[in-house]
Design a protein around this ligand. Structure first.
Ligand SMILES: [Zn+2]
Ligand SMILES: [Zn+2]
Length: 396
């Protein structure tokens, strides 16, 4: 209509719209305000239409035109008033993930953005930031997240950086608390990762507070879960603590180090695993790292030290044992299972060692068990249970 076009050309949008709606041309009327970028007035036109089908069609048109314009202009504030999800996606495209996550949290679409971001970070190899995000925004239990959690656990455990362990542990705690089916395979798998992360966290906590005995015990418990830990153990264990243990592990470590240097000859030396019988430390199918983390020079010094101490003190190089509470036979002191009667033990919440009935204490909040001596030693330097963070006191 010529008059309408002329009115639009001279920017008299209201008059043009009035004219169109007066003769029942609602779409044209609405378009006048779309051109004017006055979407509230365009919506008023839609509201005045009695024919539902036409009204619905026009409502969609106005909305689409408005979001198209906001997108073109990069107007996030305007977009967030009209379409929160589109606004969040615009923020994502700008790379401002934290802002996007905070907005998504308010809009109830956190999972979607968290998945996108952590997936991106994981693909880029930025595991530290990925676990941090889960520790801050929670660990959704949707199946699409599971492979990310798994990758992150494997990567964090490979590097064992304190900061990553701290965040990964919170990530796994929230996850296993959120998984409803406690008997599922996935729950068991993640619970195991959580236990390892928790022990590593406790280890560094005890190191910081100079709780050397607890630190050594935790290190030994960790051997149950990972052979690679042998490699790191030796450099950390305080030489004053548990000499028999230290010599034993040093010998084992030096064997492993030889096997890494000389895969053909060295692996044969690893064949002798008799010392590990009756323990729950895995000895077969050990995935060896490609390189040693100690230099040849350092290993030579270690070898000399082992030799010297062994000769000086006539230390017997075997494991410490204790009596099984069920059958009375001797069992490896850090084993969670008696290999004679198959009796199982709960791990101490501080050290991971088996908890015995006669020394057992319980956290009054999370009901996890501990051996009294270790519990008291830990609480002498810390005020809270390391699993549930509730304030606890020593027991006598
Ligand atoms: Zn037994
Ligand atoms: Zn607790």
């Amino acid at each position: 209509m010529l008059v309408g076009k002329r009115l639009l050309a001279i920017k008299r949008y209201d008059t043009a719209a009035d004219m169109y709606s007066g003769i029942g041309h609602y779409e044209e009327a609405a378009r006048c305000f779309i051109i004017a970028e006055d979407f509230d007035k365009a919506r008023d036109i839609v509201k005045s239409i009695q024919h539902t089908e036409i009204a619905n069609k026009l409502r969609v048109l106005v909305e689409n035109e408005q979001t198209k314009l906001l997108q073109q202009r990069g107007n996030i504030k305007g977009m967030s008033k009209v379409d929160k999800n589109k606004a969040i996606n615009m923020i994502v495209e700008e790379g401002n993930w934290i802002k996007a996550l905070d907005m998504a949290k308010k809009a109830g679409t956190l999972s979607e953005i968290l998945l996108k971001y952590t997936m991106k970070l994981t693909e880029e190899g930025n595991f530290e930031q990925a676990v941090k995000m889960f520790s801050l925004y929670g660990s959704p239990t949707e199946p699409s997240f599971m492979s990310i959690y798994k990758t992150l656990c494997v990567e964090v455990l490979a590097e064992c950086k304190d900061l990553e362990i701290y965040d990964a542990r919170i990530m796994m705690k929230n996850l296993i608390e959120g998984i409803y089916e406690k008997k599922s395979k996935i729950y068991k798998e993640f619970e195991r990762y959580y236990t390892i992360l928790q022990l590593l966290f406790l280890k560094s906590l005890c190191k910081g507070k100079r709780l050397t005995t607890l630190y050594a015990k935790i290190s030994i418990s960790l051997l149950r879960y990972t052979n690679e830990h042998f490699m790191k153990l030796v450099s950390h264990v305080n030489k004053k603590v548990g000499l028999i243990w230290l010599l034993f592990f040093l010998n084992r470590y030096l064997d492993l180090a030889d096997a890494i240097e000389d895969p053909e000859g060295g692996v044969a030396a690893l064949g002798d695993t008799a010392d590990f019988e009756g323990t729950d430390i895995p000895v077969y199918d050990i995935p060896l790292p490609e390189n040693n983390f100690t230099s040849e020079n350092e290993r030579e010094k270690l070898k000399d030290w082992v030799l010297q101490v062994s000769q000086d003190r006539k230390v017997e190089q075997n494991f410490s044992f204790c009596g099984c509470e069920n059958c009375g036979s001797q069992m490896y002191v850090a084993s969670l299972k008696c290999f004679n009667c198959n009796n199982g033990y709960e791990p101490c919440l501080i050290t991971g060692y088996p908890v015995f009935r006669k020394t057992q204490v319980t956290c009054s909040n999370c009901y996890k068990l501990a051996n009294k001596e270790d519990w008291n030693q830990f609480l002498a330097a810390n005020s809270a249970c390391p699993w549930c963070s509730s304030i606890q006191s020593q027991e006598y």
